[in-house]
Design a protein around this ligand. Sequence first.
Ligand SMILES: Nc1ncnc2c1ncn2[C@@H]1O[C@H](COP(=O)(O)OP(=O)(O)O)[C@@H](O)[C@H]1O
Ligand SMILES: [Mg+2]
Length: 301
Amino acid sequence: MSAHAEELVRVDGLVKTFAVRNAWGRKTGTVQAVDGIDLTIRRGETLALVGESGSGKSTLGRCILQMEEPTAGTVTYDGVDLTALPRAERAAHHRSMQVIFQDPFSSLNPHRTALQNVLEPLLVLAPGDDVRERAVAALAAVGIEGDAVHRRPRAFSGGQRQRIVIARAIAVRPGFVVCDEPLSALDMSIQAQVTDLLLQLQRDLDLTYLFITHDLSVVREIATRTAVMNRGRIVELGPTAEVFASPQHAYTRHLLDAALTADPVRARARLERISARPDPVGLEPEGSALVEVSPGHLVLR
Ligand SMILES: Nc1ncnc2c1ncn2[C@@H]1O[C@H](COP(=O)(O)OP(=O)(O)O)[C@@H](O)[C@H]1O
Ligand SMILES: [Mg+2]
């Protein structure tokens, strides 16, 4: 198999700049949310994207999904440059790329039943005589069955609501799913169940995941490779076990250090202390680039 057949998503030179405005709407500056990223996501893998809040993870995910127009650079999906396609043709790819957000409450329509919520995107993206059966099957695959499919979101627990969101994403049979902090709003005990569900669906449906999180413990369990992001750049990328066992970039070590404090209250205090430092890691040197330090393990230098 060629390298190209192996890669499902390819990002080249991606930049996303936002205008910063004051309370009166006047532009006072810009923020470089994504600052020149090259990345490939391989078919069938889970690539974890980790980094502190504000590092640009969601923006990168949204640019890949075409929910955000990149300022520069290209996004290729299954060999097709999405950024070069006319808007109308891009829509055909919306089915292949789905997203699961952190907050199941705001992602579901509260006035519609679980079944109606799953039917909605199916009717738009993959219509057919059997949409209802497909919606019911997707809900069954996440454990929502029988009369429960006719309940509205508020009748479900947080974990069940996230299951409905997952059913809606998989119902259209995507190839690629961006999971953006999908567990962060859930209780610890529920997190493990939803993680297992995501892994099982990946096997059953041949899914490729970009898994965005600031929780490193889950990354170890599920990610094939891990990319570490700081200030809009990827500072380290490699096989998950290797990045955790032998972190090469100061920022990766700083993240792992904060996460290693087992007590969550102390970990938070420690992270806040580190974040409060004016510049915990320092700016990347001018002209820095990802350098391969061992096979498949890249570090920004
Ligand atoms: N729509 C937007 N308008 C202006 N600034 C934004 C917008 N979205 C994100 N940003 C800024 O871009 C940076 C990266 O944000 P984000 O991608 O959400 O980071 P993360 O997901 O890692 O927390 C932050 O400084 C954030 O404030
Ligand atoms: Mg985010």
